[in-house]
Design a binder for this molecule. Structure first.
Ligand SMILES: Nc1ncnc2c1ncn2[C@@H]1O[C@H](COP(=O)(O)OP(=O)(O)OP(=O)(O)O)[C@@H](O)[C@H]1O
Length: 248
């Protein structure tokens, strides 16, 4: 579903990505782990077409994202739902209006009937285990985990093929982190969503990933199933993973 081939990107003399190749099969959750400044966000921005590679290609479904511009790129972006760091809900809108927001953007002149918007909002809230009682609540009244769920419902409301999660568990306590991990797994199981997660949370990555990669010095220092990555002989990967596994 997502194919990244020999992706290179630098900013001035800062060579951030040095030939990244990875595949995310349809229906899989793929986690890109890495330390601060390792280039995770830069990689994700290439997937969604916000950055253009110096070299290499990014293909998502039918679209070669890396060569699209303008209207074609905007069209292709409809395949994606994004869950931003910190949930990023609109504080001045209640839950219903937050989730309905993407449906109300004008699409090729057509507008959904209010009853259809309501149906879709309720359907996607149900996917993240939230009921109609939350519709009138304000973001400030929700717990951190619930805000994340609402953010995911909003990302799912336009039926994307791919969901991108930007550091979904950063700054959350362990219980809320578990709650968010379950949410990612449920979205995959219930809707067959393909997703890419960028994270530096090793525990969470190993819970949600079908496959994962460790980004270091512009390369994927390890790549594969969680079990394969756990067995990696790469010295950086061993050191990076030991910061979590040795605590267990
Ligand atoms: N638009 C840009 N212009 C110049 N340099 C950039 C730009 N975007 C990212 N960089 C640089 O690329 C490197 C990787 O940044 P990136 O944001 O991808 O890291 P990250 O792995 O997501 O880190 P974090 O976990 O801290 O968010 C950094 O050195 C950053 O300064």
């Amino acid at each position: 579903m997502i194919e990244v081939r020999d992706l290179w990107k630098s900013f001035g003399t800062n060579q951030v990505l040095k030939g990244i190749t990875l595949d995310v099969p349809k229906g899989n959750t793929y986690v890109v782990l890495g330390g601060s400044g390792s280039g995770k966000t830069v990689l994700m921005k290439h997937v969604i077409g916000l950055l253009k590679p110096d070299r290499g290609t990014v293909r998502v479904g039918e679209h070669e994202i890396s060569s699209l511009t303008g209207r074609e790129l905007n069209e292709a972006r409809r395949m994606f739902g994004m869950v931003f760091q910190g949930a990023a809900l609109f504080d001045s809108m209640n839950v219903f209006d937050n989730v309905a927001f993407p449906l109300r953007e004008k699409r090729r002149g057509t507008r959904l009937a209010a009853s259809e918007v309501r149906k879709r909002v309720i359907e996607k809230l149900a996917v993240v285990d939230l009921g109609e009682e939350v519709l009138g609540r304000w973001p400030a009244e929700l717990s951190g985990g619930m805000r994340k769920r609402v953010a995911l419902a909003r990302a799912l409301v336009s039926d994307p093929q791919v969901v991108l999660y930007d550091e979904p568990t950063t700054g959350l306590d362990p219980i809320t982190t578990n709650y968010v991990d379950e949410m990612i797994v449920h979205a995959k199981e219930r809707l067959g969503i393909t997703s890419m997660v960028i994270s530096h949370d090793i525990a969470s990555a190993f819970r949600v990933a079908d496959r994962l990669a460790v980004l270091y010095d512009g390369h994927l220092a390890a790549e594969g199933t969680p079990a394969e990555v756990r067995q990696s002989k790469d010295p950086f990967v061993q050191r990076f993973l030991s910061t979590w596994f040795e605590k267990q």
